[in-house]
Design a binder for this molecule. Structure first.
Ligand code: FE2
Length: 229
């Protein structure tokens, strides 16, 4: 089985995955997965709090996968060697936690999932580069291109798309209906292009800290844990 949920922000918004909220944990195994749609926030500096929560995830009856958000320590995250898993590039944080890199398609027994993390932080002028903000939060030109090449290889056809940010059309909907503020940037435009070009069943994203079903094909997740497969 595979589930997807929204930002965990280290230990701050992790309660949705405790055994009381996520009761399915009782019947799952390490061959089942929960994907966090960005701002996982637990590969920071391996100080005490990080180790506590990483151990907490080790104890769970599922393997945790995550796409990166805009609040990861990209210096540390990118220091892990790149590995290949289920057809796509990953960083293995430990046996139980795997980072799904940008622009990859992962094959879960015939079900294809395209992942693409990253987003632009607000107020970066008040943040410290490589301390509380990393320029790698936004994709590089190479990552954008890799995403297109990988999708082309899959004939622009996947089952699910999991990202941190969202297409421009989704941002516009969230702005008008939920008062979400934010200007569309190149990542929103890139996702707009994918939204038109790629055939998919459902797109899940995080970042905006709300649970909203935008359409029968697009869901913003925060505290909900949705079963995908
Ligand atoms: Fe977040």
């Amino acid at each position: 089985m595979l589930y997807v949920t929204g930002d965990t922000h280290g230990g701050t918004d992790i309660a949705k995955l405790n055994s009381h909220s996520f009761v399915e944990n009782r019947v799952l195994s390490k061959n089942d997965y929960v994907i966090v749609a960005g701002d996982f926030g637990l590969v920071q500096d391996f100080q005490n709090e990080d180790s506590y929560w990483l151990e907490w995830f080790q104890q769970k009856n599922f393997t945790t996968l995550f796409v990166d958000g805009n609040k990861e320590n990209f210096g540390l995250l990118n220091s892990y060697p790149i590995d290949f898993w289920r057809g796509g590039k990953v960083h293995r944080i430990n046996d139980s936690i795997i980072h799904l890199m940008r622009g990859q398609v992962f094959d879960f027994d015939g079900i294809k999932i395209f992942t693409f993390g990253g987003a632009k932080s607000k107020g970066i002028e008040r943040k410290i580069e490589n301390g509380s903000w990393w320029k790698e939060e936004m994709p590089s030109e190479e990552e954008y291109i890799e995403g297109l090449k990988v999708l082309e290889r899959h004939n622009w056809n996947v089952d699910y798309i999991i990202t941190h940010a969202c297409p421009r059309v989704a941002l516009e909907y969230l702005s008008s209906q939920y008062g979400i503020k934010g200007k569309a940037n190149e990542l929103h435009m890139y996702f707009d292009e994918l939204n038109q070009k790629v055939k998919y069943k459902h797109w899940y994203f995080g970042h905006y800290h709300l649970d909203v079903s935008l359409s029968d094909k697009m869901t913003l997740l925060f505290n909900k844990v949705e079963r995908v497969i």
